[in-house]
Write a protein that binds this ligand. Structure first.
Ligand code: GLC
Ligand code: GLC
Length: 628
């Protein structure tokens, strides 16, 4: 009996291998085929894939099968994500179990536990400096707790996303420690140089991610006589992906985590994985080959798993992470829609959506194959103004001028600004200024409350609700960042923590306010209003099949600079989505909406008819409507 079952499982593995081999080996041949140990590497990889499949628990194999039958599972309108730090949300992994009712009440079906693998002690860049990929951060619990959370989520039909940091490990990782001791095999896992000449040459074309607290891209360690590539912080050592052993070890790690019950692997900082002299060493073609190969490995040994790629880059550079050209449909299943996020904030500040419509309409195709966006308004990182000079010029704006305006607006220094953010990593050399701040604070709530201005409080609430309605309808998985559903304000206490004080991103990584959450169904506080509206948006989203992420998104130009419009191209007829980015009423001709295919003036979001006056659709301040 057992034998028969085994051979059937072997057969499934062989079929999966056959299916994805053409996506895998050509990439690896091109990356590593010239190296002497290549045939052995191929055998080792084959073995690692087979071993991971053999270890895969039965319930996950069942999930594999289910998702084979429903390959669009992550594109469905019921998908809605929530992102949090375990300690800040619930203390520990066991604590998370007690909070699942809350998430279900909000309408969440996808949970991203922010970095939860064992970090280095002390400052760990919020957990992105990992010293052991096979252990859970002991402050949060054990691997058994983690598997319990994964199973509890699965039982509720919720998916689990975790971070896998691919670009670097902590310098305390076992590989790094061996490298520091002089082990040549492990030195080849990193980018280590005996003298500063090459680092200096590379540095000429590199940019700095943390110019402020971690300037430069290399660190000199006199005690080991090496210059080590450290793009991010000193304690984060970049991995050498030109070494196939790195690929092999990461594949084993990836599948180990997949077999613990992870559904979505968020591949961190992928743009930086391949280095080439004379370039910015971001988004090099080899990055896409590596990502396609990693994806193929998941498809072979853990097919229920999908990949979310974190590449916070300009529009044209971002799309390939979802697969273009030779990688079409074979790379990431999800990638952050950084441009949508940036354009939301830009249009909110200018009360003008023309740049937004230009960027989103010009650089992004209407549909993607086997992939979709992670749509978001805020995340745990800063906002960088990824607006190119060319795109700004298309609207007669100066790129540097517009970017500087946005920083001034969101740090609150621009006269009349409603926002209360703070600067992150100001770079005097490039003039670049990024922004930190919670959704609510950037949307105006902090200032309005301080001024006791009820009308401004209401506008801030409306801005937040519009943002959540936008990411829920644009196409993709909307990700709600912890606390934004309750309009949590900035948290200034990070100044008092020595390991956080240098990093203003902690201003928007607050502790969850469970007292506020307990009052969410009562009263008319901003928290209750935003919670209620967000919950309603996700509920309505589930009820509108036309919002499936597989259907195209066509950006429309409606001659009203204050209104952003797009159509979701469902086969049963378009859903016309309108957003008023101003605090004034806007009016659109009903005839225009009908021309775009909106046959009825019925708003699917409020589930009420829209207001019309004399043939015009009337949109109140910060209105959001989904017309059928
Ligand atoms: C990712 C994370 C960010 C971190 C960086 C380095 O971009 O989102 O928080 O600082 O990687 O690991
Ligand atoms: C930049 C990088 C991103 C990093 C972030 C840190 O946006 O592109 O990878 O995580 O900075 O805040």
């Amino acid at each position: 009996m057992a034998k028969a079952a085994n051979s059937f499982e072997d057969e499934i593995f062989a079929l999966r291998m056959e299916r994805s081999a053409p996506d895998l080996w050509p990439m690896l041949d091109a990356l590593y085929g010239h190296l002497p140990g290549y045939p052995q590497f191929q055998r080792d990889l084959q073995k690692a894939l087979a071993a991971a499949w053999k270890d895969r628990p039965d319930d996950l194999k069942r999930l594999d099968l289910k998702r084979d039958l429903e390959p669009d599972w992550f594109q469905r309108p019921e998908m809605a994500g929530y992102v949090f730090y375990i300690d800040r949300f619930a203390g520990t992994l066991q604590g998370v179990l007690d909070k699942l009712d809350y998430l279900q009440d909000l309408g969440i079906t996808y949970v991203h536990l922010m970095p939860c693998l064992k970090p280095r002690p002390g400052d760990s860049d919020g957990g992105y400096s990992v010293m052991d990929y096979r252990k859970i951060n002991p402050a949060y619990g054990t691997m058994a707790d983690f598997e319990e959370v994964a199973a509890a989520l699965r039982a509720r039909g919720m998916s689990l996303c975790i971070d896998l940091v691919l670009n670097h490990t902590a310098k305390e990782h076992a590989w790094a420690k061996k490298a520091a001791k002089g082990d040549a095999a492990y030195q080849a896992f990193y980018l280590m140089f005996d003298s500063p000449e090459l680092p200096d040459l590379y540095e000429r074309s590199l940019v700095e991610v943390f110019p402020d607290h971690a300037p430069g891209n290399f660190t000199h360690y006199p005690e080991i006589g090496k210059w080590v590539w450290t793009t991010f912080n000193e304690h984060q050592w970049d991995l050498n992906w030109a070494n196939p052993q790195v690929f092999l070890e990461i594949v084993k790690t990836m599948l180990f985590l997949a077999n613990r019950g992870v559904d979505v692997l968020r591949l961190d900082a992928v743009a930086f994985m391949w280095k080439r002299m004379g370039t910015r060493c971001q988004s090099e073609p080899e990055v896409h080959m590596l990502l396609q190969a990693l994806r193929a490995c998941s498809r072979i040994a853990a097919p229920a798993v999908i990949h979310l790629e974190e590449a916070i880059v300009s529009p044209a550079e971002m799309l390939p992470y979802l697969g273009r050209g030779q990688h079409d449909g074979k790379e990431g299943n999800l990638a952050y829609h950084n441009s949508l996020m940036v354009q939301f904030w830009s249009a909110l500040a200018t009360r003008d959506t023309r740049l937004m419509a230009h960027v989103l309409g010009t650089h992004f195709p209407e549909t993607l194959r086997n992939a979709t966006y992670a749509t978001y308004i805020r995340c745990h990182d800063d906002i960088g103004w990824a607006v190119t000079d060319e795109d700004a010029a298309a609207l007669n704006l100066s790129g540097p001028g517009h970017r500087a305006f946005l920083s001034d607006f969101y740090d609150g220094s621009f006269p009349g600004s409603f926002a209360r953010g703070t600067l992150f990593q100001e770079n005097p050399a490039t003039g670049d200024k990024r922004i930190s701040g919670s959704f609510a604070a950037l949307a105006g709530l902090e200032q309005a409350l301080e001024q006791g201005n009820a009308a401004e409080v209401d506008l801030a609430v409306q801005r937040m609700v519009m943002g959540h309605a936008l990411i829920a309808s644009f196409g993709g998985i909307p990700l709600i960042y912890m606390g934004d559903e309750l309009a949590l304000l900035n948290d200034h206490s990070y100044h008092d923590r020595p390991d956080h004080a240098h990093d203003s991103r902690w201003i928007h990584r607050p502790m969850m306010d469970w007292d506020l959450a307990a009052q969410r169904h009562a009263g008319t506080s901003p928290a209750a209003q935003v919670f209620w509206a967000t919950r309603h948006i996700l509920q309505r989203r589930r009820a509108v099949p036309g919002l499936h992420a597989g259907y195209g998104t066509r950006i429309l130009h409606c001659d009203q600079p204050g209104v952003f419009a797009f159509a979701r191209l469902a086969p049963t007829g378009p859903v016309l989505c309108l957003f008023n980015f101003t605090e004034n009423w806007q009016h659109l001709p009903e005839s225009w909406a009908r021309m775009q295919g909106a046959g009825q003036m019925h708003d699917l979001l409020s589930d009420h008819p829209v207001e019309t006056h004399g043939g015009m659709i009337a949109l109140p301040p910060y209105a959001r409507v989904w017309l059928i």
